[in-house]
Ligand binder design. Structure first.
Ligand code: ASP
Ligand code: MG
Length: 423
């Protein structure tokens, strides 16, 4: 069994879906688990739908109609027969979605979010599975919500691996005896009460990894619109290099610091079972790509992770007392309560500095709370640069015309919070 993951960009329109079939045709007769994300930017549109529905800030019907039209347009290009069952199936799914926004929201935002946003993957997999069957790639559509089991932390479901593995053995493996290819949703799971959860944005990679773990797959391939893992994001750097081979350790470090090529949670289950992970281009599927596997080999080039729109908070006790374990634990609790993730932190005698993504709403609420107990200084509009396997030359080049507000170096990694020097 091999597990493949196709992200939103690889199914963004009818052409892209046809290309998925082309990629899959290179693996005839093989046992494949195919994990698919919502089409194109559908997850963002669905988030928009939840927001207008929940906060009554616009017209949810209009947004839903746009999402519906987007998918029907793709279907029309994929299925010329207007009586193809996919059309009724989609109509029914959209009726369900419509029900979800008809009544007043009764549950928490996060709960409503998961019930609605998860439909992006349900819809995309129905379309892709039907198209592949049509194209001669016989597959079974699997509703992953009955297999990947999570707790009820909506929007960040924690996977129960033991239960999930048991359900894979009981429900999924028998299906593979009749048909060794299945198509299923990334990003989503289910609770013991049969509610839907999501695993965090960009979580489809993680789904592929969970399934590979439970199925003892031979390998996982993430098919992307880039040739593999690059040493920097081409959005920010113009001379990027593809990395041919990466250790699990380096991969987890890079994703932890914010490399967006793979979801950070993807590596652990694969490392635990020594399953190699390939990152390849769906445009050039025969090319090598990157392999992530066990190994000691260090990268021989620096990797760069650049994050903009950061905020640097400096938290100080009001009475000049030391920052110590007890007030630190209070501070961490507040961060966790407000769902603010820390990208970098540094401690000194009377100050604790933290760099995080500048999510206006969350940061504002957090700072207000912190101010009840501490003095809080803050610097917004800053950047966070992380370099793994840095050299002094790379640091000099990156910090030209920048003011460094905070720096942290370990043997292999340097992190700098900086802003443009107006001079
Ligand atoms: N569709 C989800 C998202 O956009 C999951 C994924 O693409 O991995 O976040
Ligand atoms: Mg995606």
């Amino acid at each position: 069994m091999q597990v493949f993951k196709f992200g939103g960009a690889s199914v963004k329109d009818a052409e892209a879906v046809k290309n998925v079939a082309k990629v899959l045709k290179q693996f005839p007769g093989q046992s494949l688990g195919i994990v698919i994300s919502a089409m194109g930017k559908t997850t963002n549109s669905l988030e928009n739908l939840v927001n207008t529905f929940f906060y009554k800030s616009g017209n949810p019907e209009e947004i839903l109609e746009e999402i519906k039209q987007f998918h029907f347009k793709i279907c029309k290009e994929l299925f010329s027969n207007p009586n193809h069952p996919i059309y009724t199936e989609l109509e029914n799914t959209f009726v369900e979605l419509h029900w979800a926004i008809e009544d007043e929201p009764t549950h928490s935002y996060d709960f409503e979010y998961d019930q609605i946003v998860s439909m992006g993957e349900i819809i995309s997999t129905k379309i892709v599975s039907a198209y592949l069957n049509e194209a001669g790639l016989k597959n079974t559509w699997v509703d992953i919500r009955g297999i990947i089991q999570t707790d009820n932390t909506y929007r960040e479901g924690k996977v129960d691996f033991e239960l999930t593995e048991a359900l894979v053995n009981k429900l999924l493996i028998p299906k593979l005896n009749t048909n060794p290819v299945f198509v299923t949703q990334g990003f989503i799971g289910g609770t013991s009460e049969n509610f839907t959860t999501t695993l965090g944005r960009e979580g489809s990679d993680y789904t592929a990894s969970i399934l590979a773990y439970c199925l003892n797959a031979k390998n996982v391939t993430i098919w992307k619109d880039v040739p593999g893992v690059l040493n920097a994001d081409p959005k920010w750097f113009n001379r990027t290099k593809k990395i041919d081979e990466l250790s699990y350790h380096d991969a987890i470090e890079l994703t932890y610091y914010g490399a967006t090529v793979i979801h950070p949670k993807t590596i652990k289950p694969l490392q635990n079972k020594q399953i190699p992970l390939y990152v390849k281009s769906f445009l050039n599927p025969k090319e090598e790509g990157t392999v992530i596997k066990d190994g000691e080999k260090r990268l021989n080039i620096p990797s760069y992770i650049f994050k903009v729109n950061q905020v640097l908070l400096s938290i100080q006790p009001k009475d000049f007392s030391f920052i110590a374990e007890d007030n630190l634990s209070d501070i961490f609790e507040l961060f966790s309560k407000h769902g603010v993730k820390i990208n970098l932190m540094q401690l000194s005698a009377i100050s604790f500095s933290v760099c995080c993504d500048h999510d206006e709403i969350k940061i504002k609420a957090l700072v207000e709370k912190l101010k009840e107990f501490f003095k809080v200084l803050y610097n917004s509009g800053v950047e966070l640069m992380t370099v793994r396997y840095y050299t002094q030359d790379t640091i000099d080049a990156l910090t030209k015309n920048k003011i460094i507000l905070l720096e942290q170096r370990s043997r292999y990694t340097v992190q700098m919070v900086m802003k443009n020097d107006p001079e």
